[in-house]
Design a protein around this ligand. Structure first.
Ligand SMILES: *[C@@H]1O[C@H](CO)[C@@H](O)[C@H](O)[C@H]1NC(C)=O
Length: 302
């Protein structure tokens, strides 16, 4: 599972801060989010939460499903072990197609084994057409993403037509956030130009190398990855292993105090995760589950 995974790379993460001394030269500003901006994320937080909750396959998963009561679920899958749970559908109130992936669950050891490696590998160009082999991602995330990619793409294509919308949002928490990040690029490369693809992810580990992060920045400019307080998952796998986050970090500094970070992963924004959690020993794994502005995510938060 993700935690043990990440622990594999963790010992070395202690060196991260040495590699990234803050520099006044490239310090960039952060923007404090308004209450309205903060609350605009809540529907996506609830979708990410719902992917963990029994009953999501017919949208009867309790509070997380009720929070998006008008959601029209059209595809649901996963088996809690070999394939992470996922769903696709249409939200009339958001006028968006939603693609959601479940994350890792501490209680489900088997699914944890999907990401015991931190090796970088190239993307499959049959799924990511035209992407150079120098663009590399965590091979466990890549292989997990590939299991559901084509079914999700076909469903999104159907909904783009039948719902007469151009908006697609990929969401997920933890490993599910990594899968959503991959999905956002995958969809950007495979759906018609003019499709508005964004992503909102929570407690997401680093997914790929700097070349991959740049492709996300280029193809999914509205990408947002939300990090809660001192969650340490967003700082692993370490940059010294060749990993990098794309831009678009939103950091919950403390409840009600939320900033948008202008930087990507360069440790220059004092209110953002990389300076707040310079190494895993300064992190708090409990913060991984939230609450993300009042909403906790995970099997124990259904
Ligand atoms: C793109 O989709 C997002 C999420 O649904 C939405 O907030 C945004 O307004 C959309 N942009 C356009 C130009 O429609």
């Amino acid at each position: 599972m993700l935690f043990s995974t990440l622990l594999a790379s963790v010992a070395l993460s202690a060196f991260e801060s040495c590699l990234a001394a803050p520099s006044a030269m490239n310090r960039r500003t952060v923007t404090t989010l308004s209450t309205a901006q903060i609350s605009s994320f809540a529907p996506f937080t609830q979708f990410a939460r719902a992917a963990y909750c029994d009953g999501f396959k017919d949208w009867t998963c309790g509070a997380a499903c009720d929070a998006n009561a008008d959601f029209e679920l059209t595809l649901a899958g996963g088996d809690d072990s070999d394939i992470q749970n996922f769903f696709v559908g249409f939200s009339p109130s958001l006028n968006s197609i939603i693609v959601a992936h479940e994350g890792t669950d501490p209680l489900q050891i088997e699914s944890d084994l999907t990401d015991v490696e931190v090796l970088l590998g190239s993307l499959d160009t049959s799924l990511f057409p035209g992407v150079a082999s120098s663009v590399q991602v965590h091979d466990g995330f890549r292989d997990e993403h590939a299991k559901t990619a084509k079914a999700i793409l076909a469903e999104v294509e159907t909904l783009l037509t039948s719902k007469n919308t151009k908006n697609v949002v990929a969401v997920g928490h933890s490993l599910g956030g990594a899968l959503a990040e991959l999905d956002s690029l995958f969809m950007a490369l495979n759906l018609p130009s003019g499709t508005n693809i964004s992503a909102v992810t929570y407690g997401t580990p680093r997914v790929g190398n700097p070349a991959f992060a740049s492709l996300i920045d280029q193809h999914v400019p509205a990408f947002k990855h939300i990090n809660n307080e001192k969650d340490l998952i967003p700082i692993v796998p370490g940059r010294f292993l060749g990993y990098a986050h794309p831009a678009g970090e939103i950091h919950i500094v403390s409840p009600g105090n939320v900033v948008a970070c202008s930087g990507d992963d360069d440790a220059t924004d004092a209110q953002c995760t990389i300076d707040t959690v310079p190494n895993i020993f300064d992190g708090d794994i409990l913060n991984h589950l939230g609450p993300y502005e009042g909403i906790s995510i995970g099997t124990l938060a259904c």
